[in-house]
Ligand binder design. Structure first.
Ligand code: RNT
Ligand code: ZN
Length: 419
């Protein structure tokens, strides 16, 4: 046992006592944390490139910057990279695939994708006990080049994307059936205008009609979610699929809504939306991300915003109705590190939320003692949650602290440097 491992157990014992004094059972919190499955986003591993059109341009108003060496070029490389990342995460986690990550010998049109094109992913997922989630890819394509897909004014182009999205739902259903855990298929389209439109309504009417056709088929092993956005690069003035559009759509059609933390005004947090939306929706998909200036997709760090999201999930007892996906892409640092840092932070934020003395805080609130509520909230920020997290990693056989980087650096030398 290393010196640091020897310190972890006693540090945990002390932390457990500190939390117990506030009425918090750390062992129970860790058990709950161990049951949470994050949905990792496959697209962090190759800068949202995919395998449909190697070297093709990323469009749709999203962008990766940086040219760190070693990005995955094949499905086998991407899976190898993911295997390393999953070994750095305590617990068992899912993978979210995009349609462009299919495996085919010759080009297949997006409206003709089939479950068999993802059989390699299913075999790998089964072997490693990962659930799979899915996303139609309505960008980086010649028929999305002018910035419109499902709300395009050309009925032929609309039809193409309707067929692609319908085919995608059937792939989600196949994942769910094969792996015994429903897939969440998330629909995001880039549609929007750079400058002020003359008609804001028409594209939305077209989108509404297109979505109703996409979602017409009943697929029992697939859960549908729709993802709104405020603006993208090149769609600064208008986005067809806005928050209001999709919230109303999801409520009226009884489907899930995706909240991406980078898709709102800079000071607007998705945390406060969760408890409202769950009164009206069966479930939510989160795209945990971090907006910085114009970019909605920076690596997730341990921010107040992240902690607020985690707190809301725990306080609302919503962990079984909310799928927690990650969505960011950084090509300027080691891509495995980007994955691991964001995923570990998300788990750590959930742990902190599970360690909150909810009963005590609720009592102060009920008694109108807001001074004590604020004082305790502030005290909690310096509680030894890190000792509990280290112990969790240790007991799951996962590297503690910066030891995770040692694994990544070694893999960089043996594997990534050869690419
Ligand atoms: C884009 C959306 C969307 C994408 C992925 C690649 O702004 O957040 O979820 O990031 O589908
Ligand atoms: Zn997203």
């Amino acid at each position: 046992m290393s010196a640091s491992a020897r310190q972890i157990q006693p540090a945990y014992e002390l932390a457990r006592e500190r939390y117990a004094a506030l009425g918090v059972d750390t062992d129970a919190a860790l058990q709950q944390l161990g049951r949470i499955a994050l949905s990792l986003h496959c697209w962090q591993g190759d800068d949202v490139g995919g395998f449909e059109n190697p070297g093709g341009e990323l469009t749709g108003g999203i962008a990766t910057t940086g040219n760190y060496p070693g990005k995955a070029r094949t499905p086998a490389e991407l899976r190898r990279d993911l295997d390393v990342v999953y070994r750095l995460l305590p617990g068992s986690h899912r993978l979210s695939l995009h349609a462009i990550y299919l495996e085919v010998d010759r080009p297949v049109e997006r409206n003709a994708i089939e479950p068999q094109h993802f059989a390699g992913w299913v075999a790998w997922a089964r072997e490693n006990s990962h659930g799979l989630d899915f996303n139609p890819t309505c960008f980086s394509h010649r028929l999305a080049a002018d910035g419109f897909t499902l709300s395009h004014r050309d009925p032929g182009i609309r039809q193409y994307w309707i067929e692609h999205c319908s085919a995608s739902r059937r792939i989600g259903d196949y994942f769910g059936r094969e792996l015994g855990t429903p897939a969440v298929t998330n629909l995001w389209i880039p549609d929007g205008y750079k400058d002020s439109p003359a008609d804001r309504g028409a594209p939305r009417r077209r989108l509404l009609e297109a979505l109703d056709r996409v979602f017409a088929e009943r697929l029992p092993h697939n859960v549908d979610s729709v993802e709104p956005k405020l603006f993208g690069i090149g769609s600064e003035s208008y986005v067809t699929g806005s928050m209001e559009f999709y919230t109303a759509y999801a409520v009226s059609r009884r489907m899930w809504l995706t909240l991406d933390s980078g898709h709102f005004h800079p000071t607007e947090s998705i945390a406060d939306k969760i408890s409202s939306l769950l009164l009206f929706l069966d479930g939510l998909l989160l795209h945990v991300s971090r907006g910085v200036r114009w970019d909605s997709d920076h690596v997730v760090t341990f921010t107040d915003d992240l902690q607020a999201i985690a707190q809301e999930l725990v306080r609302a007892e919503a962990l079984d109705r909310v799928a927690i996906g990650l969505d960011y892409f950084d090509a300027s640092i080691n891509r495995l590190a980007a994955w691991a840092i964001g995923a570990r932070n998300t788990l750590r934020a959930l742990l902190n939320a599970l360690l909150e003395p909810r009963a005590l805080l609720a009592r102060y609130e009920a008694e109108g003692d807001f001074s004590s509520r604020l004082a305790l909230q502030e005290e909690l920020k310096a509680m030894p949650a890190g000792a509990v997290w280290d112990y969790h990693c240790l007991s799951h056989g996962v590297p503690v602290g910066m030891d995770a980087m040692k694994v990544i650096k070694a893999y960089e030398e043996t594997e990534l440097a050869q690419r």
